[in-house]
Design a protein around this ligand. Sequence first.
Ligand code: ADP
Ligand code: MG
Length: 718
Amino acid sequence: MKKKYDVRGMGCAACSARVEKCVGALNGVQTVEVNLLANSMVVNFDEGTCSSQDIMDTVADAGYEASEADEEAHRPGAGEITKERTGEMRKRLIVSLVFCVPLFIVAMCQMAGILNLSDPVLLGIEAGLTAPIVAVNYKYYTVGFGMLVRRSPNMDSLIAVGSAAAVIMLYFESAGMILTLVTMGKFLEAIAKGRTTGAIEKLLELSPTEATVMRAGEELQIRVEELQIGDRVIVKPGERIPVDGIITGGSTTLDESALTGESLPVEKGPGEEVCSATSNLTGRIEFEATRVGEDTTLSQIIRLVDEAGASKAPIARMADKIAAVFVPVVMAIAILVAVVWLIAGFAPVRAIMVGVSVLVISCPCALGLATPVAIMVGTGLGAEHGILVKSAESLERASGIETVVLDKTGTITRGKPLVTDVLGIDLLLAAAIEKNSGHPLAKAIVAEALEMLESERSDERDEIPEVSDFEEYPGRGVRAKVEDEEFFAGNHAMMEEHGFGADFETGSSMASAGKTVVYFIRDGEYAGLVALRDGPKATSLEAVRELEGMGIDVVMLTGDNAETANAIKEKVGIDKVYAQVLPADKDKVISELQNDGDKVVAMVGDGINDAPAISRADIGIAIGSGSDIALDSADIVLVRDDLCDVGKTIRLSDRVMRTIKQNLFWALCYNVICIPIAAGVLYPFTGWLMSPELGAACMSLSSVCVVCNALRLKLQKL
Ligand code: ADP
Ligand code: MG
């Protein structure tokens, strides 16, 4: 069983590592993933051996607080907790500053000789000003010492020990400044973190709260939660679509940019799908609700973005490992440093203050935040462009893609073929044979027949005949009975398999022109053919060029025959084609490509018959309209029907990975350089010792830097 929890009280990477370790050690827990940034935890556990309560108790024993995340209220906890935190930090910061500024001025003036207070008076004033700062920041002590007692010190422990030591040594202004600066850092960090989760909040704002429905002939205003499947919903110009559905009356233009990132409005009329969160621009429409509540496109997108943002990228594990041992190691170093200086001849107070500097400058925070902030911003940025990444891991892997396999129909081409030629066979009969098939070719033939019927005068009574005994052969064609005659309709391969003769010459020349040919057989005899054309999407050529420009091999995979495939291949500039691959064999082609030179292969498909190949690929990408996002097999869903988004996805992944590496490098470097400086390595050469205040300022700055570096991603164009 998989459950999500909100976890409160975690301040740094040492905390999340500790929660992960404690819960992971429980009997019956298979996997646990704690996200510091999202304040969340996802646990896979066996209900037989361990209960949800056990898990929450374990977290409580570890010194934190866990509650089951409310899945129903699809408002993610991350944003709420971050806001709470920002508010609390603001309060603490204001109080700290009010007392810290005079404290600093008094200390400086005394040092500069402007003030000439006697020692007891000075200390009295300083103690009086420091006390409120300590009081308002008491949490560093309760949490920090609490964790120390539990023998799992975290970042708060460093601050608590450091500032307490300063107080004991009567370095009041150091203690006050350490606390104030750390709080300032945490406040800035909380604000910046809030920005990283903004994408979801933006999405949530898109869902309207009320909807107009037709019930018993009357227009009623109801709350969106009360909408049910089958309801007739009315949307006027300027309003947002509340749930997913199919237009039954009226036509309009819709702005779908909220879901797809595509700014051009789209025209929609009866029979076409509308999605929640898109906005109705021009006409009044009535539609039948087909997906409500948690199932709407918007809800699914929110869930995906939320889950992906809170999941853990493989690269984060290294940082987690370091963070878990970081604090104890730093404490050991601090003690060692103090002892060394004592032996070297420093006065005890001075030696201890050097140790304090080491404690307060060390920051596991930056290390812990390095990866999750970048993932959070990256998944949010993707969502704004209609790129839905399901997990941090897929976002990480996408940057390593070496081969991109593209399905032809619906991926490279529009997927909406049009009938171009009808030879020998009656179109209505052809439509009858195909009408029970859901294949795009079949739909196109039926649509053409219906259009013909509509355009004819009403006194003719023609209609599509009834069929019986229908059978579909995936990747080949269909068989059906019309009035006791047996028909086969399908491609060249199907004809050969059954040993039927047909006009392959005409068919071939049509195929070479890029058309797809369906041959018809009546009672074993050739009866005619229908040719259809399905042109490439407007941006397919550009998309292929771009991918090749990135040094990626582009391959086309299709069930259509080689001649048609070749014609399309020429048009969009792909080198390698696998044609006439049966749906069941598509995933084998993927394995072949993976094994050939150990390549990282991405499969892009419209998800209908490509699902096995999509799940076989290292990165499965589903492309298609926003409503099809329930594509379980894909790692990444491209909401817009535009192949250029494949390149965008890879670029997004590249940037996120670059940011993560910069962050990790910076966080590690910071500690590797700053800890020795705080320990006084420069003292023998320059006579300079870092003050604990400066250490606290550096520490705060380092985590703010990491978060801001990730936020920089937001400014980039994809
Ligand atoms: P793709 O990989 O291009 O999406 P499919 O595997 O769905 O193609 O189908 C491969 C081929 O099988 C089609 O190009 C067509 O020739 C034939 N075919 C499949 N279904 C039908 C059908 N219902 N009627 C006619 N031909 C069909
Ligand atoms: Mg297809």
